[in-house]
Design a protein around this ligand. Structure first.
Ligand SMILES: C[S@@+](CC[C@H](N)C(=O)[O-])C[C@H]1O[C@@H](n2cnc3c(N)ncnc32)[C@H](O)[C@@H]1O
Length: 324
C-alpha cells in the first residue's frame, strides 16, 4: 500500500483500501483489538476520509488524526479515542446501510445520530447522498463537535446540525410526548433546534453506535424509552446500531479492556429484541392491539470480530429496529 495514494487512486484500486484501514496508526493493544469494524470494513471508507477531510494522501490524514487523537484524549480519556473510533464509519458497515440511504431520498426525511462524537458517521451519510441539512447529531460533549470540525475542516460549511446535551436530560429530550402533528419539519426549524423535543415522532432513521452499552440495564431501558419517542410512526422508519452484547444477558467481562476485572452489563440478542418488542413498543407482538401505537420488528446478532465469541465476555452486537 502506497501511503501517498489519493482518493481517486484508491477508488481505482479498491482492493488496496482494507489494508490501509487495518490499523494504519499502531497505538497499543486497544487498537490491535479493534482492527476490524463492527461489520467487515467497506472499501470506500478510506476514500471517504481522504475526500471529506481534504487530506491529500494517507500520510497527511494520519498526521492530522494523530494530533487530534492526542488533543481529544486529553479532553476526555475515552478508550474509543485510542481505538480510532472517529476514523471509522460504522453506519456504512452496517448491513442496513443501503436501506438507510434509500430513506434519505424521501423528501423531508430526517436522520438523527445519537452519541455522535466527532460526527464522522453523519458526514459519511452526507458523502453517500443524504441532504446534510436534514441530519442532526447529538452528544453530551460539544468539544467533540469542535474536534469534528477540525478533522473535516468544515466549521464554516458543515450543514449538519449538532445539538449538545445529556440524552437523559428532559430539557434535551422529554420522556414522553403527545403524538400529533405529522407536519414536516422545515430546514430553518432544524437549523435553529436547541433540543430534540421538536423531532419527537419525526425521525425517519436513527443510529446509535457504541452508545447503549455505556449504561446499566435500567439506563439502557430508559434510553430506549426516550429514543422510541423520536422515531416516526411511518412504516419503514429505522433505528439501528451496534454495541457490546453477549451470548447471555448480564454483567460480563469486558472484551478488549486493559483492566482484566472490568465488567459491563450487556443484553443478549434475544433479550435486546424482547425489550424492544415487548416493553418499548408493546403492541409489536400483540396483533389484538389496534390502538395505532407503533409496532416494530427487532433483530440483533452477535458479530465475530477478533476470534470466536466467548460465552463469558462481551462482543459486538449489531441490531435493527424497524417500524412495521
Ligand atoms: C463510546 S463513544 C461512541 C461514539 C460514536 N458513536 C462511535 O461509535 O464512535 C460514546 C459517545 O456517547 C457520548 N455520551 C456519553 N454519555 C452520554 C449522554 N448521557 N448523553 C449523550 N451523549 C453521551 C460520549 O460523549 C461519546 O461521544
Amino acid at each position: 500500500m502506497n501511503a501517498n495514494m489519493t482518493a481517486a487512486e484508491l477508488t481505482e484500486h479498491p482492493a488496496q483500501i482494507p489494508q490501509a484501514l487495518d490499523n494504519p496508526f499502531p497505538y497499543g493493544p486497544e487498537v490491535e483489538a479493534s482492527k476490524s469494524a463492527p461489520y467487515s470494513s467497506k472499501k470506500s471508507a478510506l476514500a471517504f476520509f481522504l475526500q471529506a477531510t481534504g487530506a491529500n494522501d494517507v500520510k497527511e490524514l494520519e498526521a492530522k488524526s494523530r494530533s487530534l487523537q492526542e488533543e481529544a484524549y486529553k479532553l476526555w480519556p475515552y478508550p474509543c479515542i485510542r481505538r480510532w473510533s472517529f476514523l471509522s464509519t460504522k453506519n456504512a458497515e452496517h448491513p442496513i446501510y443501503e436501506r438507510i440511504l434509500k430513506l434519505g431520498t424521501e423528501s423531508n426525511a430526517i436522520f438523527l445520530e445519537l452519541g455522535c462524537f466527532f460526527g464522522t458517521d453523519s458526514r459519511r451519510l452526507t458523502y453517500d447522498g443524504w441532504d446534510p441539512s436534514r441530519i442532526v447529531g447529538t452528544d453530551l460533549r460539544p468539544e467533540w463537535f469542535e474536534k469534528g470540525y477540525e478533522l473535516f475542516s468544515d466549521k464554516s460549511t458543515c450543514e449538519i446540525k449538532f445539538i449538545p446535551g445529556d440524552i437523559f436530560d428532559s430539557a434535551l429530550l422529554p420522556t414522553s410526548f403527545e403524538s400529533g402533528s405529522s407536519a414536516t419539519i422545515d430546514v430553518e426549524t432544524l437549523k435553529s433546534l436547541n433540543s430534540l423535543a421538536p423531532l419527537q415522532g419525526h425521525v425517519r432513521a436513527m443510529s446509535a453506535f457504541s452508545f447503549f452499552h455505556l449504561f446499566e440495564e435500567q439506563g439502557q431501558f430508559e434510553l430506549a424509552k426516550r429514543v422510541a419517542t423520536l422515531i416516526s410512526p411511518k412504516k419503514g422508519s429505522i433505528i439501528f446500531g451496534a454495541h457490546q452484547g453477549g451470548i447471555k444477558k448480564g454483567s460480563l467481562s469486558r472484551a478488549n479492556s486493559h483492566d482484566p476485572n472490568a465488567t459491563r452489563f450487556v443484553h443478549s440478542p434475544e433479550s435486546w429484541v424482547d425489550m424492544w418488542e415487548t416493553e418499548i413498543f408493546p403492541s409489536s407482538r400483540d396483533s389484538s392491539v389496534s390502538d395505532g401505537s407503533i409496532r416494530v420488528k427487532a433483530t440483533a446478532k452477535l458479530v465475530e470480530r477478533s476470534g470466536p465469541i466467548q460465552p463469558n465476555s462481551t462482543s459486538t452486537m449489531g441490531w435493527i429496529i424497524e417500524v412495521l
